[in-house]
Ligand binder design. Sequence first.
Ligand code: GLN
Length: 240
Amino acid sequence: MADSTLGIGLVLPDILGTYSDAGNAQVLQRRLQWRGTTATVLDIRHGDAVPSSLDLYLLGGGEDDAQALAVNHLRTHPGLQHAAARGAVVFGVCAGFQVLGTKFTTSDGVPHTGLGLLDAVTAPGSKRAVGEVVVDVADRLGTEPLTGFENHLGRTQVGNDSRALGPVRAGIGNGDGTEGALTGRVLATYLHGPVLARNPALADLLLAWALGATPSALPLPEIGTLRQERLRAAKRRPHR
Ligand code: GLN
């Protein structure tokens, strides 16, 4: 792992950057650094072509107009869709989640065709969902519950070709008692935080997918160091 460099694409941070979700890229990069692996983070801005060669793509939240602009750009420059087709990891948050679905309708009633990487359709709800969220994801992701905060009007119906991440224990999420969506290595959620800072196990799951490893094969060096140090200490001071 030490000589591989992971390519992370931060997709349209200039328009899908309202909720500090760009921090997800920093979390992934830092967690790799701690393990002696480097990652390059490429900002893919509005107007830029979208490269299809990266390992992992991140999309953040934004308001309706920004979201419509984003989906038009990504449909015109389909590098992200090509990357997903060859197995790259894609992670979307809120507006990014809705953009990855098949269709979303903005609050002005205008329908937009999504990228179709998730079987998910979004329409405006009657009331904005704002507040803390807890989602049970043990069955689907095998990790501790996810925590984050939400701020969205859209409600999302997940179809048969995708699965929700799990039931919400607190908050609104998709609006039907579930949260997020997953198809293969395309994963999306309504949770901000940045969500990968709040949920390191989710960060490690995405990294494991991108590296072709399992999360348990990605121990953090400081844990190993502490363990070795404690083992040495026990040897120095055996119980009488
Ligand atoms: N504009 C979308 C909505 O309100 C997404 C908002 C967001 O990304 N926080 O549903």
